[in-house]
Design a protein around this ligand. Structure first.
Ligand code: ADE
Ligand code: ZN
Length: 324
């Protein structure tokens, strides 16, 4: 039985090396690698920033609306195989507009694939506009306005990119604006940053979900709050291993936090870069963390409950996971 919601997925992080090369050829772009093997050899990351540098570099192959449609469609096809029935997808719009690609090109291209996702893959979708935290908050407001002007429906806004040394507070205004417009709000926090970054995202940005939140484990009072308020944490264990946020999967705190009663979910983050899609993450958790059937079911149910899908859709998906 598989019916999952994926709630922490960067569209640009699904750009597989083969597609990078196919798009480079289609768009006549010279990549700074000698070939796919050379590119793959660079997927050995030291930390978040070393990953982000490669991630942003590789995006240069995405130029046309069709490129964004193809990228989105490839993810949805693979997500369907992984048992995903609901996907709330992050798009780093500013990483594209900064390269001269218009907001309309990006968002209409993505939307074209999302529109047919339910019929083609049985996956309902939503788009979350993720602001880049290493850029000024004024840029985020501009990106928000540009996105709204395209008319493409948004599910929510988020915050990602480099964390440590980039406070969330300056982004409060754009988050307030999005909330006033009826959008959902999420933010990356507690990935490389400590527990205080999680508290800041909750208190200052007033987000509904925390993306990652691994370092919440260091602060018992914060864990107590997350449990009491049932604030979802969209965790990404393979990502955390590959970015050296944790030393190994075997010591990842995800199941400890689940057992403590936190509303933990499991996600792939940037599957093309971190060793796999949701089914791969679950398989690795089974092998290295001894993921039990009961915990797997709880993680699946949490993912659906923590999603921003309409209530009727959540209820229908939850029926596929009757309590044991
Ligand atoms: N953008 C893409 N992947 C990310 C991650 N793991 N953390 C922060 N920003 C990101
Ligand atoms: Zn992420």
């Amino acid at each position: 039985m598989t019916a999952w919601a994926e709630l922490h997925l960067h569209l640009e992080g699904t750009l597989e090396p083969e597609l990078i090369y196919a798009l480079a050829e289609r768009n006549q772009i010279q990549l700074p690698y000698t070939g796919i093997d050379d590119l793959r050899s660079r997927y050995d990351f030291q930390d978040l920033q070393s990953f982000l540098d490669l991630y942003y570099t590789n995006m240069q192959v995405l130029l046309t609306e069709q490129d964004f449609t193809d990228l989105t469609d490839a993810y949805l096809a693979r997500a369907g195989q992984a048992g995903i029935r609901r996907a709330e997808i992050f798009v780093d719009l500013q990483a594209h507009t900064a390269r001269g690609v218009s907001a309309g090109t990006v968002l209409h291209g993505v939307h074209r694939a999302l529109e047919t996702s339910q019929d083609r893959y049985g996956i309902s979708t939503g788009l979350i506009l993720t602001f880049l935290r290493h850029l000024p908050a004024g840029d985020a407001m501009l990106a928000y306005q540009q996105a709204r002007d395209t008319g493409v429906p948004l599910l929510g806004v988020g915050l990602c990119s480099s964390e440590v040394g980039f406070p969330a507070a300056p982004f409060a205004e754009v988050f307030d604006r999005a909330r006033d417009d009826g959008l959902h709000t999420v933010a990356h926090a507690g990935e490389e940053g400590g527990a205080s970054y999680v508290a800041e995202a909750l208190d200052v940005l007033k987000v509904e979900r925390i993306d990652h939140g691994v370092h919440a484990i260091d602060d018992p009072a914060l864990i107590e709050r997350l449990v009491a308020e049932q604030i979802p944490l969209t965790m990404c264990p393979l990502s955390n291993v590959r970015l050296k946020v944790v030393p190994s999967l075997a010591v990842h705190p995800i199941l400890t936090m689940l057992n403590q009663g936190a509303k933990v979910t499991v996600n792939s983050d940037d599957p093309a870069y971190f060793g796999g899609y949701l089914d791969d993450v679950l398989a690795a958790m089974h092998t290295d963390l001894g993921l039990s059937e009961a915990a797997r079911r709880q993680l699946a149910r949490n993912s659906i409950e923590a999603s921003f899908a309409p209530d009727a859709e959540k209820a229908a998906l939850l029926q596929l996971w009757p309590a044991v």
